[in-house]
Write a protein that binds this ligand. Structure first.
Ligand code: SF4
Length: 491
């Protein structure tokens, strides 16, 4: 598929809209001044912007699989419309006509649609006006607006509880026992990373101590702790105890409201490890089945069964974990709406405090040759699955409390964290809505510095791979001085 830009270079946004319709396509780009499509080949879209006497003409001409259509919009002199958005909508209309698909989030390609709702609420808009704006300005369906709005409502109870100088601590353990076939994270298998681990843990503990000193010097107050990965429980009980012990020694833990460790895969969970993380202050864990269908688990290379997940969950309850999250994924290869529905029902019967429903990313689905479908228009039952989950979880008393989207998700859908009332994970809301500083340690971690009053948000990235992290550790620690500069500017 060729994208031709004439009189504009809105490549990033417009290609994002194209991917809503033909996510598995590869794009070629041509920039021109004369509206020519001669070099385009069979399938192309011409996106043009021109101006005469102050008036603008915006047009999209699409030729796809032998079908053609076009859309044109004229803007009078002085019209301040966002031209990139107008062209996105013209492209959406044209491609909807040619493919018969109408992605439910419309032209909203961003990660955080709930942030937009929160902004509208802060500006005093009522629900109906917001719904209309979502529909008119972004072609978002009322159903998707509703889920974003419900999420914002749950968040509205929690957002005001964030202290001005509070922060969360993220600890990254990017190791897993084996690699799941759909995974797009950077994580290393325990086997191949074996030699790196002792030094990784030494460095991680040094970084935790250094961050603790910075936080104390800046008068910051630790609010939540989150151990993510990878799979933190890939490490042995004593390794986890050492890292968590370093956290407790390095920070004032007296005001910590939530402490999560992602236990993740059932095949890494043992009584000893759960006991160690409980003793060291963890109040919330994730045990993630992804699906309760054993044949799907096998296809995705998870190397554990649904039965192992149930045993791990039961063990966590036995050891006194009162806040448990379980992740599942809609759209996994070979999964069906019926099998997905029984996964949802199985979890509801189990009654975890949080159920997070992810949608498979298309990139991985395409690599996995999803359902044998090699067409650019990748179809899947993920939309049906996500809708079913929303209905059943709502009936069972769960509420959506955080929502985000990633590029390349099947049908441009979303990930939603569902929670029993009052059981929302604070950290997930803070990171998604960007309302609190996150100081992050470990390979692949990124520190996010937030100054809500000053409207500033800055990021500091750690090295991604454990090998680089170990190799360039001192250089990376040096960069963390930017945290002090950020807060100095805030004074
Ligand atoms: S457990 Fe999670 S992070 Fe690890 S390989 Fe599987 S999907 Fe990726």
């Amino acid at each position: 598929m060729t994208l031709i830009f004439c009189g504009n270079d809105y490549k990033y946004e417009l290609e994002g809209v194209m991917k809503l319709f033909i996510p598995a396509a590869r794009f070629r780009h041509i920039y021109t001044d004369d509206n020519t499509t001669d070099a385009a080949g069979d399938d192309f879209v011409l996106i043009s912007e021109s101006e005469k006497d102050g008036a603008a003409e915006l047009a999209v001409k699409a030729d796809y699989l032998g079908k053609q259509t076009q859309r044109v919009r004229s803007l009078p002199p002085g019209d301040g419309s966002d031209r990139e958005l107008v062209l996105s909508k013209l492209l959406y209309e044209a491609m909807s006509e040619l493919t018969g698909i109408r992605p439910k989030w419309g032209v909203m390609t961003g990660v955080r649609p709930v942030k937009r709702v929160n902004r509208y609420i802060a500006e005093g808009y009522d629900k109906e006006t917001m719904r209309e704006l979502f529909e008119r300005e972004y072609y978002c369906t009322p159903e998707k607006f509703d889920i974003a709005y419900r999420t914002a409502q749950v968040q509205s109870r929690i957002m005001p509880t964030v202290g001005e100088r509070s922060f969360s601590l993220y600890v990254s353990i990017p190791f897993c026992p084996t690699r799941c076939s759909y995974c797009s994270f950077i994580s290393q298998t325990i086997g191949s990373g074996k030699k790196l681990i002792p030094l990784y843990i030494d460095n991680l503990c040094r970084e935790i101590r250094y961050t603790g000193e910075l936080a104390a010097r800046l008068g910051l107050s630790l609010d939540t702790v989150y151990f993510g990965g990878g799979t933190p429980t890939s490490f042995e009980a004593e390794q986890l105890a050492r890292i968590m012990g370093t956290v407790s020694e390095s920070f004032d833990m007296s005001r910590v409201r939530e402490y999560t460790v992602e236990a993740g895969r059932a095949d890494t969970i043992t009584r000893e490890k759960l006991a160690a993380i409980k003793e060291n202050g963890c109040s919330r864990i994730s045990v993630n089945p992804q699906t309760l269908n054993n044949s799907v688990l096998e296809v995705i290379g998870r190397r554990h069964t649904a039965e192992q997940f149930f045993s791990a969950f039961e063990l966590a309850r036995e050891l006194g974990f009162e806040h448990i999250n379980t992740d599942i994924i809609a759209g996994l290869p070979t999964d069906t709406p019926e099998s997905f529905a029984s996964t949802v029902d199985g979890l509801i019967d189990l009654g975890p405090e949080n159920i997070t429903v992810h949608t498979l990313s298309i990139k991985r689905a395409a690599d996995l040759n999803f359902a044998g479908n090699k067409s650019e228009v990748l179809t899947s039952p993920a939309g049906v699955m996500v809708d079913h989950a929303a209905k059943r979880l709502t009936e069972a008393g769960y509420q959506p409390y955080y929502l985000y989207r990633q590029k390349n998700m099947l049908e441009n859908l979303e990930n939603i964290g569902w929670s029993k009332p009052g059981e929302e994970s604070l950290y997930n809301i803070f990171i998604m809505e960007e309302i609190q500083t996150i100081l992050a340690v470990g390979a692949g971690a990124s520190t996010k510095l937030v100054d809500l009053e000053g409207g500033r948000l800055e990021r500091i990235f750690n090295y991604k791979h454990p090998l680089e992290y170990n190799k360039h550790f001192d250089l990376m620690i040096d960069k963390k001085k930017e945290i002090v500069d950020f807060y100095a500017e805030k004074e």
